[in-house]
Design a protein around this ligand. Sequence first.
Ligand SMILES: C[S@@+](CC[C@H](N)C(=O)[O-])C[C@H]1O[C@@H](n2cnc3c(N)ncnc32)[C@H](O)[C@@H]1O
Length: 260
Amino acid sequence: MLYIIGLGLYDEDDISIKGMKTLKRCDRIFAEFYTAKLKDQKLSTIREKTGKDVKILAREEIEEDMTPLKYAQGEDVALLVPGDPLVATTHSNLILEARKKNIKTRIIHSSSIFSAAPGLAGLQIYKFGKTTTIPFPEKNYFPHSPYLTIKDNLEYNAHTLILLDIKAEENRYMSANEGLEYLLRVEKERKENIIDLNTLAVVLARVGSSDPLIRADLIKRLIVEDFGRPLHCLIIPSTLHFLEAEYLIEIGGAPPDILK
Ligand SMILES: C[S@@+](CC[C@H](N)C(=O)[O-])C[C@H]1O[C@@H](n2cnc3c(N)ncnc32)[C@H](O)[C@@H]1O
């Protein structure tokens, strides 16, 4: 049996009681931190409370080698995944492979940035369009797709949740500032007047912690601020309902004239 268990948003205390009970029954525990990260990835409490070791797997060990499936035929195996385990990850592939091998699977959900970020920013989740991820640019790799997603969403009057790239093996987590610079660079190349220094954006950092950061302001002010430790994500809002605007002013420090 393979259990895919969500670790939630910030630290190992975010795992559900159901998740912990399941871990105690499992013969073997794996974890991955390439789709997102926790504050501390040693998982000392989980190791202590289950009395079991937790082996951290790299992307290739899951996506290519399917390591958890090698053991799940004869044992109860858990794979711990940050956030909600099937949201913005490729772990559904593991489930399909498990089915081919007649291995039973079960998902234990947890909190996700997909619902936490809109909620914390006071924005209606019903008013969001497609989510996008900004990748780390490389020499011959600078896709405009995140900008085009924002453009499409704005056409439908929808807000955009923007996730930021992770290169876990290099310990690199894109900051909100890097994400905003990326979007301004695309604007400079495309000149479609979608985003500029006077566009309103929302930065969220360390969601799930006891003191998450929620900052709403014009990009020209956000881009020079220091938002602290990762993880960060962004929202580019569309037209705001007055309650959404009031929330961003009150909680995120947005300029009061966004209410107009
Ligand atoms: C590929 S998504 C993984 C989503 C995860 N499965 C979930 O359900 O929350 C990872 C990206 O989401 C954003 N993210 C995830 N957790 C976050 C947090 N606690 N605070 C801020 N941003 C977060 C970051 O931009 C990060 O690079």
